[in-house]
Ligand binder design. Sequence first.
Ligand SMILES: NC(=O)c1ccc[n+]([C@@H]2O[C@H](COP(=O)([O-])OP(=O)(O)OC[C@H]3O[C@@H](n4cnc5c(N)ncnc54)[C@H](OP(=O)(O)O)[C@@H]3O)[C@@H](O)[C@H]2O)c1
Length: 332
Amino acid sequence: MRAVVIEKRGAPPVLRDLPEPTARDGAVLIDVETAGLGGWDVAGAYRLGIEYPCVVRGEGVGRAEDGRRVYFGERSVAPYGALAERTLVPSDEVWDVPDDVDDATAITMGIAGTGILLPLEAAGLTRGDRLLVVGGTGTLGQLGLRLGRHLGAGTVVAAARDAAALEAVRARGLADEVVVMTGAEDDVDRMRRASGGEGFDVVIDLVYGRPFEAALKATRWGARLVTVGTLAGSVASVAAGDLLYRTHTTVGTGQRSPAERHGVWRRLLGLAREADLRVPIVVHRRLDEGSAAWAAQAASPHAKILIDVAGAPTTGPRRKDLPCPRTPPPSP
Ligand SMILES: NC(=O)c1ccc[n+]([C@@H]2O[C@H](COP(=O)([O-])OP(=O)(O)OC[C@H]3O[C@@H](n4cnc5c(N)ncnc54)[C@H](OP(=O)(O)O)[C@@H]3O)[C@@H](O)[C@H]2O)c1
């Protein structure tokens, strides 16, 4: 079968032939139809413990051998993954997709949806809270802004580096205010002003490092901060005085049991309609574009990246309920 493979630590993925996975007890063979990539697939691809060569993990929707249409998360049995014609996934990580849910929604509500809803709930977001999402232009970030408002946040603010992407988020009504983070000292003042002057009650932090240090200083007493990702660095320098009367925690959704994540995903399929959980989507055609899809994700696409592994027509019935704008990938 064809697969997008990382040959060794640090190497960019390439398309090549790989022996097919074979059936085994406790795992399901899946013909992949649509694969999705997110921040974690690139940020975590070279971490310790991974053996190479391996298929790019991702997540996806496909057909099980018994014909069921299923979602599967990033837990393919090593060395397999979503960016391949076929994968092998532990049975409890394979979840039936309801007929009225399209591939894009099933995938976006997976690692990204569960990865942002649980931290918002861990932060105890309550009605009227001033919410800051650092990394608010990415997939988790945009979902976090939308869900935060749905859960009752009073003021919703997005912070990131790319000014145009932030403006697009504001124009879509996702954020009341946006803050362009430059890494300069005045990031804190501009964040605080965006909160209305008094500081944020809740911070969802998708990047950590220096941006987290600034966000912490732009909070008020009683604030709850939850770190979900480390795209800007795995270390932050925090003065005890800045943490006073605040709570900071981290949430790693992947550590929850499959049953718990399945329950949250099912809840999100309902919320996707109720709370209009749309994010921009870029669809790459067929596996041949797997390496380009990877490069697009590494460049911070401000969109969910999908790969049409089965190469189905873009306007076929399987796609007609796509909830999000579909754009072709930008030309190189
Ligand atoms: N803990 C969990 O369970 C869990 C689950 C899923 C994902 N995650 C993590 O959540 C994070 C976001 O994932 P995603 O899929 O939403 O990624 P994404 O779509 O690529 O979005 C990344 C966001 O972070 C910003 N960003 C990236 N690098 C930055 C830097 N150095 N300084 C400041 N901002 C930066 C980007 O904005 P700019 O382009 O403006 O920089 C963008 O807003 C990743 O770290 C991922 O590993 C965690």
